[in-house]
Design a binder for this molecule. Structure first.
Ligand code: FNR
Length: 183
């Protein structure tokens, strides 16, 4: 597998977040050659067009967008709030979607949701597909990564359930293949 860099976004800000634990497990499961850089989104202001100048968002947005632009692929990890992605991840996507050069356009993307409940955040997962489709991101179709009962599948800050780890690893491999197909 050639070398590739992936940016990972986490749609939950709380420290003990299951989504964060899932995202922090991914580097252990990545195929050879894949580096996963988990990039924070909590420092981004709420989207406000008045903060844009000369077609750009503020410096923090430009730095954030550049990380995505320079990455070979993207992983959007998210919980589900009221059957939708939390505002914090939608906000990050909204900022990047209007940056010059459209950093998300054509970006191979893996959408991964989780829930401690029985549905794995599947409606958040599909809502993210709806949102990302207008940005031109190219996301993995096929079996959705929507991990159910996440509370039973983590320990010591990592995903510990063997089947879930295998499933996540197989999807990272699928993302690598999508990137290879696009390059
Ligand atoms: C939730 N939760 C939730 N879970 C779910 O499966 N479907 C849902 O629609 C909702 N709605 C919802 C709304 C709000 C405002 C909160 C705070 C929570 C529960 C949610 O899945 C749970 O809190 C997760 O632990 C959140 O993910 P993190 O923070 O652990 O990554």
């Amino acid at each position: 597998m050639p070398k590739m860099t992936i940016v990972g976004l986490t749609g939950s800000l709380r420290e003990g977040s299951f989504t964060r634990q899932m995202m922090e497990t991914l580097p252990e499961l990545a195929p050879e050659g894949m580096t996963i850089d988990l990039v924070g989104i909590d420092h981004l202001p709420f989207y406000n067009a008045d903060l844009r100048e000369d077609g750009h968002g503020p410096a923090v947005v430009q730095e954030f967008a550049a990380k995505i632009a320079n990455a070979d692929g993207l992983i959007v990890g998210s919980p589900e709030y009221n059957r939708s992605p939390p505002a914090v991840i939608k906000n990050a996507i909204d900022w990047v979607s209007v940056e010059p050069g459209k950093p998300l356009d054509g970006k191979p993307t893996l959408i991964a949701t989780q829930s401690p409940g029985q549905l794995g955040g599947i409606l958040s997962n599909y809502h993210l597909r709806q949102v990302l489709s207008t940005t031109g991101a190219v996301f993995l179709t096929g079996p959705e990564v929507a991990i159910t009962r996440m509370g039973d599948k983590v320990s010591d800050g990592r995903v510990s359930d063997a089947d879930t780890r295998d499933f996540l690893a197989s999807n990272l491999k699928r993302l690598a293949e999508l990137i290879e197909g696009h390059s």
